[in-house]
Design a protein around this ligand. Structure first.
Ligand code: HEC
Length: 137
């Protein structure tokens, strides 16, 4: 009985730690948001993600059913059913954590594909952040 209880407690502690690890993202490592104003998806973001993301997240068979070819799709997210963009909150937006390599095994573009698909630069991530902070218009 006692052993069973201990095992259960151990399991719960482990589950809690795992959950926590999945959620903890060190946002202090994010590149700062750009001070560019009046950013829009069509004018500033669409062409930025073309080289780095579109081949895997376009109209045809998008990975994880996530598309970057329209503002609505870019915000909505894919199979995970977690919104990729939280308008107004770039530091909390999953897509920002992914492009800044803050989520292990969900770095975008994937680390092992970067010979072909270049990572966004700090400046580009800054513009993406500013666009989200301005409401993702
Ligand atoms: C070489 C292909 C490839 C490229 C390039 C790529 N991705 Fe991905 N992306 C994937 C794969 C594969 C997954 C699914 C990974 C998983 O769930 O383990 C994914 C998943 C995602 C997701 C999660 C979607 C969801 O809700 O399930 C987001 C957001 C994302 N990518 C954003 C991007 C962005 C932004 C770029 C460009 C900076 C990019 N990706 C470039 C292959 C790619």
């Amino acid at each position: 009985m006692r052993l069973k209880f201990l095992t259960l407690t151990g399991f719960c502690a482990f589950a809690l730690i795992s959950l926590n690890a999945a959620e903890k993202v060190d946002v202090s490592k994010l590149p700062p948001a750009s001070d560019k104003k009046e950013l829009t998806f069509d004018k500033d973001i669409k062409s930025m993600v073309e080289d780095s993301c579109l081949k895997c997240h376009g109209v045809e068979k998008p990975k994880s059913k996530y598309r970057v070819d329209s503002r609505e799709a870019f915000i909505k997210g894919g199979d995970s059913e977690i919104a990729a963009v939280i308008a107004g909150k770039s530091a909390e937006s999953p897509v920002i954590h992914m492009v800044a390599d803050l989520i292990e095994e969900m770095e975008m573009p994937p680390i092992d594909k970067r010979e072909k698909y270049v990572a966004l630069t700090k400046e580009q991530i800054g513009i993406l952040r500013a666009w989200i902070d301005q409401g993702a218009k």
